[in-house]
Design a protein around this ligand. Structure first.
Ligand SMILES: [Ca+2]
Ligand SMILES: [Ca+2]
Ligand SMILES: [Ca+2]
Length: 402
């Protein structure tokens, strides 16, 4: 029996922070995005060396996860597809929450494992797709070990996706690492690019790979897709193909959650449009990022002002971008504070999945409405994001439970 304890603490700021279930994961104490006690909060940037950062935080500016856990800690039955550039699925705190395609698992008629028998056992058009698929190299292994484009003689792991996986579904209350929003979940891994592709050169194939991946997710049981990325400079044909795939997913009740982007722009303006964020489709939920004071993230980089993209027509909701979660360092499991809308998006995707664990019958439209209607309104978000608020897991699960 794993230890779970409940408590309500009175805070120095005289505010009463309501705390639900606190898991036993050792780095949960740094997961301020899940439970923000407010005040000067010192946390570590990484798990591997001391590099403390002091947060000037306001109590309750968080995703209210610990109270949501009093209602549900997730379900393996909920499948979340993650689109990214390759996955370190061997991370110590992620194994166990990676999707196992039931049609490609277990022994086949001749006793060979369906996972590796070279056959398309479930007839879905993909051979041995047990975790998902690598749409970049067209093979069943969506791994993060790729040619880096500059030195083809060197193979190195790529890390971008790993924080999304940890936020959505690091194993919770297992006495190790961090807790994901979903202690239990099934994460389908869909690799749509690789380091070296689409970074230094125009990656014209990326929208097509994303479209295929979205259709795969919709056809193979995913209810939520997280895409912490975008397509840059796509052709009209490529955009149309991508939009058609998202509409297809919508007809299968799949919600696509996308980070709004980190350029600090009003993406409602045509010259700033970015995709998939600016598609009008009802089954897309787009996510801005806020800091621990509830302000839209904005900072100067030289002469430029960067930060969260926004726009009341194109951007729906906000979440904290700074999440202490899983990381990959020197090819090994580690943990660190991750930033950007690549990480605020997965907070919302994770809460969408947790909400479906409570109410699996929700349509994509109903799920999106619950997430937006139950968001905690913040003054800084008025006129910036459609619902004017930050996602709140407890309120979402309560609304879904009614
Ligand atoms: Ca198959
Ligand atoms: Ca097989
Ligand atoms: Ca853990």
């Amino acid at each position: 029996m794993k230890t779970i304890f409940k408590a309500i603490f009175v805070l120095p700021a005289a505010a009463i922070l309501q705390i639900g279930i606190v898991p036993n994961d050792p780095f949960f104490k740094y997961q301020t995005s899940f439970l923000n006690p407010g005040g000067k909060t010192v946390i570590e940037r990484t798990s591997t060396k001391s590099s403390p950062v002091t947060l000037d935080a306001i109590a309750g500016i968080d995703a209210d996860i610990t109270r949501a856990w009093t209602i549900s800690t997730g379900s393996k039955k909920v499948v979340v597809a993650v689109l990214d550039d390759g996955f370190f699925y061997g991370h110590e705190d992620l194994t166990g929450n990676i999707w196992a395609n039931p049609g490609e698992s277990g022994p086949d008629a001749t006793g060979h494992p369906k996972e590796t028998n070279g056959l398309d056992d479930d007839g879905n058009g993909y051979v041995d797709d047990v975790m998902g698929w690598d749409f970049a190299f067209n093979d069943p292994d969506p791994d993060c070990y790729v040619f880096d484009g500059m030195r083809k003689d060197r193979v190195q792991p790529y890390w971008h996706s790993i924080s999304a996986l940890g936020i959505i579904g690091a194993r919770g209350n297992n006495g190790l690492g961090v807790a994901g929003i979903n202690w239990d979940v099934s994460m389908m891994l869909l690799k749509i690019g690789a380091q070296g592709i689409g970074r230094d050169e125009k990656d014209t194939a990326r929208p097509g790979r994303a479209a295929k991946a979205i259709r795969y997710a919709a056809d193979n049981g995913a209810r939520v897709i997280n895409w912490s990325g975008f397509v840059s400079d796509p052709s009209p044909e490529a955009l149309a193909e991508l939009k058609a795939a998202i509409e297809y997913a919508g007809r299968k009740n799949v919600l696509l959650v996308a980070g709004a982007g980190n350029s600090g722009l009003n993406v409602d303006l045509p010259e700033n449009a970015t995709y998939p964020v600016c598609f009008p489709d009802e089954n897309i939920l787009t996510v801005a990022m806020i800091d621990f004071r509830g302000e839209l993230v904005s900072y100067k980089a030289g002469e430029r002002v960067l930060g969260s993209n926004y726009g009341v027509r194109s951007v729906d909701i906000a979440a904290l971008d700074e999440n202490f979660t899983t990381f990959l360092q020197n090819g090994r499991s580690s943990y660190r504070l991750a930033e950007g809308t690549s990480n605020s998006g997965p907070v919302v995707a994770g809460i969408a999945a947790l909400t479906l664990a409570v109410r699996p019958d929700l349509s994509a439209a109903a799920l999106k409405k619950i997430l937006m209607d139950s968001a905690a309104r913040l003054p800084a978000l008025a006129g910036k994001v459609a619902c004017g608020g930050m996602v709140n897991a407890y309120s979402s699960l309560r609304a879904a439970s009614r």
